[in-house]
Design a protein around this ligand. Structure first.
Ligand SMILES: N[C@@H](CCC(=O)N[C@@H](CS)C(=O)NCC(=O)O)C(=O)O
Length: 207
């Protein structure tokens, strides 16, 4: 029995759920976090002392940190598909999970939190503008990657890197900000958004 704890409006929950769906796994998702609360409840903290979402529970095996969950699911159930078996091939996909968490997410966060989660009167417009500049630089980097005509982020197969960066770019494209023209990136975004496993996860209203 597999359970994923977390509201689907969270980018980090979205990554875990997308991976599980892509792998065809049966699981239950339980809404916690955001308006649902529950992250400070002792039962939740006992599972996830970081009091964040998502948390995976598979028959008592508890795992938190979204990218670790994506990696675990892919390694356990997606060898040769989401999880390339050749270490060099896998590295070219896997690095994008780190890049999403350590480069893209911190760059975008002030813009996302400012524009989606902060009432207009309380917004820090300078912080939002700086975030837009920083994130657009990264988005241009991605345009360069897809500029060589590749179908997916690590080549010709959909892998874990597409999940992490797909969720991040999806949110960036949904934010009401000025963006550079990135046609190759936009085409890839359409390609990954149209996968059956991404329905209800990507291209959703930001909350
Ligand atoms: N590094 C963690 C970050 C988790 C995180 O920040 N989750 C946010 C949602 S995206 C959270 O739990 N926020 C509190 C809430 O939703 O109430 C991961 O990737 O899993």
């Amino acid at each position: 029995m597999m359970t994923i704890w977390g509201r689907l409006t969270s980018i980090n929950v979205a990554k875990a759920v997308w991976a599980a769906r892509e792998l065809g796994l049966q699981f239950e998702r339980i809404d916690v976090g955001g308006p649902y609360g529950g992250l400070d409840k002792p039962e939740y903290v006992a599972m996830n002392p970081n009091s964040k979402i998502p948390t995976l529970d598979e028959d008592g095996y508890i795992l938190w940190e979204s990218n670790s969950i994506v990696r675990y699911l892919a390694a356990q159930y997606g060898a040769g598909t989401l999880w390339p078996t050749d270490p060099r091939e896998r590295g070219l996909s896997d690095r994008w999970l780190d890049w999403q968490a350590t480069e893209f997410a911190p760059a975008m966060a002030p813009a996302f939190l400012g524009l989606v989660r902060t009432p207009e009167a309380q917004r820090n417009h300078q912080a939002i503008a700086d975030a837009v500049t920083r994130t657009n630089r990264l988005v241009k980097l991605l345009e360069g990657v897809f500029g060589d005509g590749r179908q997916f982020i690590a080549g010709d197969r959909f892998t874990i890197g597409d999940i992490a960066v797909g969720c991040a770019v999806d949110r960036w494209f949904l934010l009401p900000v000025d963006r550079p023209d990135t046609p190759a990136l936009a085409q890839w975004h359409e390609r990954v958004s149209s996968r059956p496993s991404a329905q209800g996860i990507l291209k959703q209203e930001l909350k």
